[in-house]
Write a protein that binds this ligand. Structure first.
Ligand SMILES: Cc1cn([C@H]2C[C@H](O)[C@@H](COP(=O)(O)OP(=O)(O)O)O2)c(=O)[nH]c1=O
Length: 213
């Protein structure tokens, strides 16, 4: 059974870049690495509903913090059997976002903290009821929310796609979300966390050592 490693952080924190460098580093050590990003747009009906809702379809669904969280959670629940198979097939399975994304974004939208009612509801739903596999480590890419916002904006400009969703362009929300993420890490929410300061300058070799520790 492989190690389940989660990478969390704000939009524009550098999750994709770091997942790439970490994958190369682990593979150079002879390990097989699987990668999955949530939500699984284009691969799951619930994730597609999320994307549509974020674009403003489905009435006021996107305004419902709990409604959106359930859709994100269902996308993961439907992937659970497949996740376990991937874990069995690889030495390391790297997830770009997982249950903590729901806890962080939902709590931030409701102006709650990590020890508040929402994060504990998200835990009950996805961990207790859905029984999603626990990560061995959750890596938080911490960057100032202005830096993350600037990068997300740059990506939007160079993207031919739909651009940023309504949450990505809410600076206040991103800032609150950064706070909740730090709190989740401090309380070792669900499993151990490792905080990476300024992901851009992170040494992938040191991070790989931490992943394999
Ligand atoms: C996976 C997940 C994402 N989110 C939020 C974070 C982001 O603002 C938004 C979209 O995720 P994101 O990672 O930005 O997807 P993409 O880069 O492909 O657009 O969804 C949750 O609130 N809960 C979740 O469980």
């Amino acid at each position: 059974m492989g190690r389940l490693i989660v990478i969390e952080g704000l939009d524009g924190a550098g999750k994709q870049t770091l997942t790439g460098t970490l994958t190369s580093e682990l593979e150079s050590r002879g390990l097989s690495v699987g990668r999955v990003a949530f939500p699984r747009y284009g691969e799951d009906v619930h994730a597609d509903l999320v994307a549509e809702a974020l674009r403003g379809a489905h009435g006021d669904l996107a305004d419902s913090v709990y409604g959106m969280a359930v859709l994100y959670a269902l996308d993961r629940q439907r992937s659970a059997a497949w996740l376990r198979a991937e874990l069995a097939d690889h030495d390391v399975l790297l997830l770009d976002r997982y249950v903590a994304s729901n806890a962080a974004y939902g709590a931030a939208r409701l102006w709650q903290h990590a020890d508040g009612e929402f994060a504990s509801w998200a835990y009950q739903l996805e961990v207790t009821r859905f029984g999603l596999p626990a990560p061995e480590l959750q890596i938080l890419l911490s960057v100032p929310s202005e830096v993350a916002a600037e990068r997300a904006e740059r990506r939007e400009r160079s993207d031919a796609g739909d651009g940023r969703d309504r949450f990505e362009s809410d600076a206040g929300l991103q800032e609150r979300c950064a706070v909740v993420y730090r709190e989740l890490a401090e309380m070792s929410w669900w499993s151990p966390w490792h905080v990476v300061e300024n992901a851009v300058t992170t040494d992938p070799s040191a991070l790989a050592d931490r992943v394999l520790a």
